[in-house]
Each structure stands twice: as structure tokens, then as C-alpha cells.
Design a protein around this ligand. Sequence first.
Ligand code: ZN
Length: 466
Amino acid sequence: MKGMSSVEDVGRCRPERLEDVSGSDPETTLSDGSGNEMYRLIAELYPICRSITGQGIRDTLGRIQQHIPLTISEVPSGTQVFDWKVPREWNIRDAYVADRQGVRIIDFKQSNLHVVSYSTPITARMPLVELKEHLFTLPDHPDWIPYRTSYYKESWGFCLSHRQYLGLRDEEYDVVIDSSLQDGHLTYGEYYLPGETAEEVLISCHACHPSLCNDNLSGIAVATFLAQSLPSRSRRYSYRFLFLPVTIGAITWLALNQDHVSKIKHGFVITGVGDEGGFTYKKSRGGNAGIDAAFAHVLRHSGESFEITEFIPYGYDERQYGSPGFNLPVGCFMRRANGRYPEYHTSADNLDFVKPTSLSRSLQVVQSVIEVLESNSRYVNTAPYCEPQLGKRGLYRAIGGNVTGRSAEMALLWVLNLSDGTHTLLQISERAQLPFSTIKLAADALKGQGLLRLAGEAVESLGNQE
Ligand code: ZN
């Protein structure tokens, strides 16, 4: 068996820390409904045979369009995009290996993972020894089918379980791959939602893997439902969602939008957010961007285990957004990182591997991150000489609800003390060791009583530069 490499490689991030945290943020708890809806979208998209070009990704974007008004772009094959060329378009109708009795023993129609993505067409009869040169299995997981691609080298192949491979009889086989590799287009989807300013938050996910649920579809589902939730909230920022083929899609988008990227102030790639593992956030290239501070804070108060890893130029499209010419503040949000779970890039990354609750909690995290980005302002205490008397103003009641009395009091005191025009609400949250939402409630209540006013303009950077 030969090895083929996928463009998206196995990550080897070293965790900076791994913490179990308590004190989850109750303000943003979602109903289970959103998890079930995201799961239904995944189940709908699961059977489609996607690749980096072709009808599969078009059909996928068409289904996402039923949820959000995506603009779909078609970029012709051969278009030069930096050091790359948009590849020819690949489409597949059928593929199988049949035995001497005509029985399809490997059948694309049973699982689209059976065919190496971008396989060139073939119709041939060959002995087992020759066929084996084109077969790929996972000996360590003998019941799983691996996911393989050969985008940039013309080749063909089949993937199958190792157990089935070991049972192949030494005879001749009919091999058919009814595919085409022709000039066509690379397709991607984009959803732009304007806010009060033209400064943007970029959310990017890949939509090019076939029947793989966590790596691919979970990111699509959470991004789609995040996009759906944004029009109803106030927005200082504009939002751009990209659904594209990994690597070549991001390179193409960046090449076509080079003059635009200076508007991107925060961003993250999202994928692998439906499994039951703890969260992983991989920092942006700079490592101290506002998006890094926002994710670190939200995860610390998420109530789930998490790790924050440093940027490495490996993994998903954060490495394109974080190439030195762009150096965009774009991190990557996952649960278990790519390559760090055995089901990764196998048929075991299926509908059983992703859970509605995990999807729902992942959506909750990214919504909390957006809330931090949107609401992270600096304030000035209008009564800075000693503490104002809080009880007589009904302030504890104003931020009551799920916030306990002690946290409410401490939040009010911290906001009043540090609102000298130099501290952001996120910095105050970190100093107070309280969730951003609690600090924000305190700031809103104090503002309502005239005890705070906004200091100058919106905050450019959310980093902790105290
Ligand atoms: Zn992948």
C-alpha cells in the first residue's frame, strides 16, 4: 500500500495548558433545540460526495443557502492565485471494484470514502497484485475506511477496511471509476452581514470533505447557525463567513480579495466542533490578538476542559490567513484538534461521532466570543471619589438573575474601580476573575444609573496589555 498526503495535515500542537474550569457562564445557555437543528443539517449534508471542486461542494453550498443568503463564487480552472493555480474540476458518478461473479465488493455508492478523492477515470481488469497498488486501509483500525485525497498528483485509488482487504481472493477484478477531471470551476460560498462599521470579523470553514461529520460538517453547521443568529443582534462589526475548499479555497479567496483584508480585525477558522472532546483554541500567528484574548476568556469560563495552543503553520486555513504577507488575527477553534483523535479522516467520523449537545455548546462558545468582541469597551466612572452607595440605587437587583449576590457585588466594584478610561471590560473581567457577561451586566447597570460613561471610541485591541 502506498501513502498519499492530504493537504490538511495532522496537527502536532503542544498544549500550553490544560485546565478543568468551573464557573460556567449561565447567561448564554442555549436550548438543546439548536444542537438538534445543527445535527439535522449535518445529517442532510453527510451523504454528499464533496471535494475541493465539483458538484458536491456546489450542492452543499446550495443546502446552506436554505439557512443563510450565501453568495456563491465560481473561479475558473487555471486561474493563478499567488503561487498556485485553481485546479481542474473533479466530478464522480460511480466507482466500484467487482469480482469475477460481477459482485461489487467495493462500491462508491455504499460510501463515498471508498474512492480516493480526485481519482482519475479508469475502466480496467487487473489481478489482485496490481489492484493492491491502489488500495488503502488502516491496519490499526481494521473496520474503518480511511479518507484519502490526491488533489495535485494524477492518480486513482480505493479505500476499504483492512478486514475486507485481508479477505480479498487472488483473482482478477473489474475496476471502474466513472469520474471526470476537466476545466471547470472552484466554488466557494460567502455571507457578508454589514454592521455599524466596515471593520470585519471573519469566520471561515472548509466544506470540501466527503462523508466526514466532525472534520468538515460540524464547522459548517455551527458557522451557519452562528450566521443565522447575528442579524437580530446589534453589531459594531461587520461579519464575513466563508465556506470554501481547504487550502486552495482560502488561497483563492485571499488572492481575489487582497485589497480588502485590512478590514479584518478578528477572525477564526472553525471545524471539528461536534465531538465529545474538550475545546482547543489555536492562537493566531501573532498570539496576542483580541480574538486570542476573547477565546481564552470564554473558554476559561465555559465549564468544559480546554487547551490553548500556540500557532503553528500547519492544520487548517489559519495558516493561509496567518501567512506573513497577511498576518491576519485569525485563530482556529476546534474540540479535539485535527489528527488527535483516531476517528479523524476515517469512516468513524460519522453521524455517531458528533453530538447535538457538543454542537450546541460549541455554538454557545462562539456566540460568547462574539459578545466579547462586540461589547468590549472602555468606560469612565463618573463618581470616582470613593465608592458610590450602590444599595440605594437598586443595582444588585438590576444584575440579579443567575449572578449570585457576591459576584454581582464584586462585578460592580471592579467595574467602578477600573473604569478610568484605560481598562477594557475584558481586562476588568480577567482581573475580577468573573465571566465577561457578568462584568457586562454590571457595566450596563452602572451606565443606566449614570455612574459610567463610554470612554472615547470602540476598542481597537482586546489584548491584555495591562
Ligand atoms: Zn480534514
